[in-house]
Design a protein. Structure first.
Length: 148
């Protein structure tokens, strides 16, 4: 009887150790959930677009007055979006929240157009559209769509 119990214990232990060795690793950084930023690479999402916008605006040789107005406008947009997101947190208002954010960004674009000269605005729009197109193409390549 003792021999059977010992055999059962050994079998259980070896099965348990074998199963543990085949278990899946914890994932990135010891079990932390992988963020969208990690999946998309550096500078994805809104933060990446703000960096692109900053680089483009730097190349437009803004006056100190324009610089200050753009900085104030950026801060106002960031505050507005943060407030909207905190108000929608934990609710099912994602679609409504996204629509409100989109509207806030459209208003931002109109105000930015008022700050820039017509030549600066034209250059800004052309560069932003080209950069967004480039990013879309890169995203398609990563997905493996192969569609132009």
């Amino acid at each position: 009887m003792k021999k059977i119990l010992v055999l059962v214990a050994i079998a259980s232990l070896s099965l348990g150790l074998t199963a543990a060795s085949y278990a899946q690793d914890a994932g990135p950084a010891g079990g932390q959930i992988q963020s969208k930023r990690d999946k998309m690479g550096k500078g994805g999402g809104m933060r990446g677009m703000l960096k692109i916008q900053h680089d483009i605006l730097e190349g437009l040789n803004l006056t100190p007055d324009q610089d200050k107005k753009v900085a104030d406008l950026n801060k106002a947009l960031a505050d507005k979006i943060q407030k909207m997101r905190s108000e929608n947190k934990g609710t099912d208002g994602n679609k409504n929240g996204n629509a409100l954010e989109r509207k806030a960004r459209q208003e931002y674009q109109k105000e930015l157009q008022g700050i820039l000269t017509p030549e600066q605005w034209k250059s800004y729009r052309e560069q932003m559209l080209a950069k967004m197109k480039e990013l879309r193409e890169k995203r398609k390549e990563k997905k493996g769509d192969g569609k132009p």
